[in-house]
Design a protein around this ligand. Structure first.
Ligand code: SF4
Length: 501
């Protein structure tokens, strides 16, 4: 545990983070976790955060040293996609019972589980995760992993982020540390070039990185490692030979990007593939870092050509949606997705932004949003569910874009909603992704279901059915006559619970 404590202190002292730099010594030591609000969801634990970051490494066996529930809680809670191995989607856990704990069988059970995985699946590596129970009983996963690695002849990587040490975000960073300590730099590639890049913090949700990868390939860039989306163990092990790094989600793996710059001299920048202008800017920055690192200077010009061509195609495709979407009002409660780049593209096709959250935006992003929005108060840090609901009920917005957690607010207000956070089912990255986002907005707004669910309830149409002795049955019959009515029944049950709009 002293080693883990030192690691956590190190992670909290992150010079690459703006917020961290702004704190004094004392505040920095307290870390970044906010006190929990009574009654509010607590969010994921550190183990969950580590698992989120590492599970999309697709050819690795992820072994959770814990009672069963930890794995049940954390398994594939994002829609990352793989183009190859599906081993990452198999759950491996030591499934510790009370008896194992009382009899001190934890480490032995872990060793046996590693042996079984190595013999049955022959993966290129096994990642072993500690959790609250196994850390509290003092199981030494580092030593077990080292011995197992020697015995079975494959890398067995300890991921020391038990849930109780902190938040999901801390777990993200501890996962990055595990890669730095045990994986990155452990193999030498025989095909390194001066056009190799790393992409950090890209999860390939719904396969969206596959919309961006062809753009990089057209420029002659090669992805040395995309961490973690659709990653392979050997790619990560050779990631230290890349010439430039793009960090996509800064809060998750900033420590990894900064330390790779310090240790291996790989420059990094923070960018985004959400929105047309952000995608172009990210391509330009990658090209510029590679040219500075010795790549052919003509790369900059080639990038400008590609950007001009792709932007023209994307704007032409978006133009087709203008007649259907111009004047429609959007409420953005986006979380991680860069608000301003989405705002810009939606405004370009004539949509009006009636509110956007800037909770996770940088000061520069907030400044851009301020310039784009007509009214300054349309940018909000966070909005209470009740206020979101009132806005939708008062028809101040035609659609809400948000994460799954707020979907029931829109459902209750009987308004269209689109998931744009990590659980989404569509790919929104790159130029094609932006067009897809607008297409999905169009589909959601013009879905005929909304007209139907806003109609009066069936029992209102046929009078007071419940007044008659057979009313209960007739009411059921009326409501479940068609799938649309069944859906309406569901919407109305939510509405009944929360009060009428
Ligand atoms: S690691 Fe701890 S907090 Fe996280 S799921 Fe397991 S028991 Fe719960």
């Amino acid at each position: 545990m002293p080693a883990l404590k030192a690691k956590i202190d190190d992670v909290f002292n992150e010079p690459g983070c703006d917020k961290n730099r702004g704190k004094d010594e004392k505040a920095r030591k307290k870390g970044c976790s906010k006190p929990l609000t009574p009654g509010a969801a607590a969010g994921g634990c550190a183990f969950d955060g580590a698992k989120i970051v590492l599970q999309p490494v697709t050819d690795v066996a992820h072994l959770i040293h814990a009672p069963l529930a930890c794995e049940g809680n954390s398994w594939d809670n994002r829609g990352a996609a793989s183009s190859g191995s599906s081993l990452w989607r198999t759950s491996f856990t030591t499934d510790l019972t009370e008896l194992d704990i009382v009899m001190g069988q934890g480490e032995r059970k872990l060793f046996r589980a590693i042996r079984e995985i190595a013999e049955t699946f022959s993966p290129p590596a096994i990642f072993v995760y500690s959790t609250c129970v196994t850390a509290l009983i003092g199981d030494d996963i580092e030593t077990v992993c080292r011995r197992a690695s020697e015995k079975f002849g494959l890398p067995v990587v300890p991921v020391n982020a038990p849930g109780f040490v902190g938040s999901k975000n801390l777990g993200n960073k501890l996962a990055g540390e595990a890669l730095l300590d045990h994986v990155i730099g452990t193999e030498e590639p025989d095909d390194a070039t001066d056009m190799d890049v790393n992409i950090l913090g890209e999860f390939n949700l719904s396969g969206e990185f596959w919309l961006v990868k062809p753009l990089l390939e057209r420029l002659g860039m090669r992805i040395r490692a995309c961490i973690p989306g659709d990653a392979r163990y050997h790619d990560i092990a050779t990631a230290h030979r890349a010439r430039a790094t793009m960090m996509v989600c800064s809060t998750a793996l900033i420590n990894l990007a900064r330390k790779m710059e310090e240790r291996f001299g790989i420059p990094y920048f923070e960018g985004s593939f959400y929105g047309i202008s952000d995608t172009s800017e990210a391509l330009r920055q990658l090209a510029s870092l590679l040219v500075r690192g010795g790549a052919d200077p003509a790369l900059a010009e080639r990038t400008e050509h590609l950007v001009a061509e792709e932007e023209a195609i994307a704007w032409a495709r978006l133009e087709a949606f203008r007649p259907r979407l111009a004047g429609k009002r959007v409420l953005l409660n986006t979380g991680g997705v860069k608000s301003w780049s989405v705002v810009h593209a939606l405004q370009e096709i004539g949509m009006e932004i009636v509110g956007t959250s800037v909770k996770k935006s940088t000061p520069e992003d907030k400044e851009r949003i301020k310039q784009l929005l007509k009214e300054e108060n349309h940018a909000f840090e966070s909005m209470a569910p009740r206020d979101l609901y009132t806005m939708l009920c008062d028809h101040k917005a035609d659609i809400m874009l948000s994460g799954g957690r707020t979907q029931f607010i829109a459902l209750k207000a009987k308004m269209p909603w689109l998931d744009i956070n990590q659980e989404r089912h569509h790919a929104y990255a790159g130029y094609d992704g932006m067009v897809e986002l607008v297409r999905q907005i169009d589909i959601a707004i013009h879905n005929p279901i909304w007209e139907t669910v806003r109609l009066a309830s069936p029992w209102d149409e046929v009078g007071n059915l419940t007044a008659s002795p057979a009313g209960g049955d007739r009411k059921e019959e009326a409501m479940s006559a068609t799938p649309v009515r069944a859906f309406r029944k569901f919407v109305n049950s939510v509405t009944d619970e929360m009060g009428e709009c």
